[in-house]
Design a protein around this ligand. Structure first.
Ligand code: ADP
Ligand code: ADP
Length: 239
């Protein structure tokens, strides 16, 4: 696993909104951190800045060996291959099998003529099957992703990210559209990934309860500024 650091990061969008204000923090290799804040507090912007989808107006971001804010083009795409991403809306290809969806993660990591043609090696298949197994989705592997429940879709999205063999996992409100029991199950999967694979995990949440229960460190954002950074278990709503 790799550390993630933000140094004096400010993000101002073209419309003038300052979504992050001089944010500095460092996340250790193998930590499991929740970023908590109301809608509009800058959580998505932080994740998009870490994986290089948003360029900060000021400051820099590093993910392990990658100086994300200095990279462009192919080098940035390669660096992103080391960062697993999970979204609230799953972003699966619904008409395609669970297996093919998970293979997308594996192929995006190694763009060659072979992967562009969709040809998997035995190693690719092995990695994808193990990723699906680790989130309990092996029995659905040949079914269409569109036929799955929300929780199952999110598990396939986690497997797709794991198939990249990432060093860091970023999850942007991964359980916001799931019912409470399913949200807990998906958080438990993320927690297992952190514990078993030792991956650094950063997860955006708007519910502090989930952060307290499944993560060790909580970063509170309000209007683009860090207003809390400490143990998740002892954070209160007043923070
Ligand atoms: P969330 O609160 O879950 O981040 P939003 O509804 O704020 O979701 O944003 C959804 C999408 O709309 C994102 O891709 C974001 O970049 C974009 N977006 C949000 N606010 C604005 C805005 N004021 N102007 C342009 N795009 C925006
Ligand atoms: P959160 O994930 O906590 O809901 P966001 O990072 O999505 O917060 O948004 C932070 C602020 O930036 C909000 O005011 C939002 O409207 C604004 N914003 C987000 N994306 C864009 C964008 N692409 N263009 C302009 N403003 C945006």
């Amino acid at each position: 696993p790799w550390p993630v650091t933000l140094d004096n990061v400010t993000v101002r969008y073209p419309n003038g909104v300052v979504a992050l204000k001089d944010v500095s923090l460092s996340i250790g290799a193998g930590e499991m951190v929740a970023v908590v804040g109301l809608s509009g507090s800058g959580k998505s912007t932080m994740i998009r800045t870490i994986n290089g989808l948003v360029q900060p107006t000021q400051g820099s971001v590093t993910v392990g060996p990658h100086a994300m804010t200095a990279l462009r083009g192919a080098a940035l795409r390669r660096a992103r291959g080391d960062i697993g991403m999970i979204f609230q809306s799953f972003n699966l290809a619904d008409r395609t099998s669970v297996y093919r969806n998970a293979m997308v993660g594996r192929f995006s990591h190694t763009p060659t003529w072979r992967t562009l043609l969709g040809i998997a090696t035995a190693e690719d298949r092995d990695i994808v099957m193990r990723a699906l197994d680790s989130v309990g989705m092996l029995e659905k592997v040949w079914g269409r992703a569109g036929a799955l429940s929300g929780g199952q879709k999110q598990r396939v999205a986690i497997a797709r990210a794991l198939a990249q063999e990432p060093a860091v996992m970023l999850a942007d409100e991964p359980v916001a559209s799931l019912d409470p029991p399913t949200a807990h199950a998906v958080m438990a999967d993320l927690s297992d990934i952190n514990a078993d694979r030792g991956l650094t995990v950063l997860v955006n949440l708007h519910l502090m309860d989930l952060a307290r229960q499944y993560t060790t460190r909580m970063i509170g954002l309000r209007a683009g500024e860090v207003v809390y950074d400490g143990p998740a278990a002892s954070a209160t709503d007043a923070d």
